[in-house]
Design a protein around this ligand. Structure first.
Ligand code: PRP
Length: 190
């Protein structure tokens, strides 16, 4: 099934990264986090809704020690295929971040608007440390476009890197569809 072109609403998408590569990359990230946070007292995995639920769940399942999970929903995209640059809070943070080591779990870091807004929010709330784990990093838009005065935040745990193309699957959607696909697909140039 994963080798086929699929259609979501009015667009066609071609296979991009298969499930096995995704699982392996997430396990590598989990192993690194387990090493880095073995002494952390109250670490928190903060999953951004909705896109990161699939990655965040798979990652959380592999984390060891006293990790807790929490959620937040910011929005930066409309119904189309490009970033609008706007970030608004749709579901407030579901946990107290004060004094905690927080790892933001993202499905994709594109312009970085979302993680920068979240980093500022967590710092204001007294997080002890903030790091970013993402299923996909698009290095080109992220390192080229960041409008943050002190430069882009480091991306501590990027499972996979991707070209600056529109991608669906594994939590990522096109107009609400495709989040349940078990692999990554990219928009066909037509
Ligand atoms: C998407 C994605 C990331 C963000 C990345 O969220 O889930 O959170 O955009 O883009 P950025 O680096 O340019 O900020 P979206 O607002 O589409 O919500 P969703 O997760 O519910 O699809």
């Amino acid at each position: 099934m994963e080798n086929r072109i699929i259609t979501l609403r009015d667009r066609r998408f071609a296979p991009y990264i298969p499930a096995e590569r995704i699982h392996a990359a997430i396990s590598e990230v989990a192993a690194r986090i387990n090493r880095d946070y073995k002494d952390s007292v109250r670490p928190l995995l903060l999953v951004t809704l909705s896109g990161a639920i699939v990655f965040g769940g798979e990652l959380f399942r592999q984390l060891e020690g006293p990790f807790e999970i929490a959620f937040v929903k910011l929005s930066s995209y409309g119904a189309g295929t490009t970033s609008s640059g706007r970030v608004r809070v749709e579901v407030p943070l579901t946990a107290d971040a004060e004094g905690r080591d927080v790892i933001i779990a993202e499905d994709v870091v594109d312009t970085g608007n979302t993680i920068h807004a979240l980093h500022d929010m967590l710092t204001e709330r007294g997080a002890r440390s903030v790091r970013v784990a993402t299923l996909l990093l698009k290095p080109d838009p992220y390192f080229r476009q960041s409008g943050r005065p002190d430069g882009p935040l480091p991306i501590d745990y990027a499972a996979l890197e991707a070209e600056p193309r529109f991608i669906v699957g594994y939590g990522m959607d096109y107009d609400g569809l495709g989040r349940n696909l078990g692999a990554l697909y990219t928009l066909c140039e037509e």
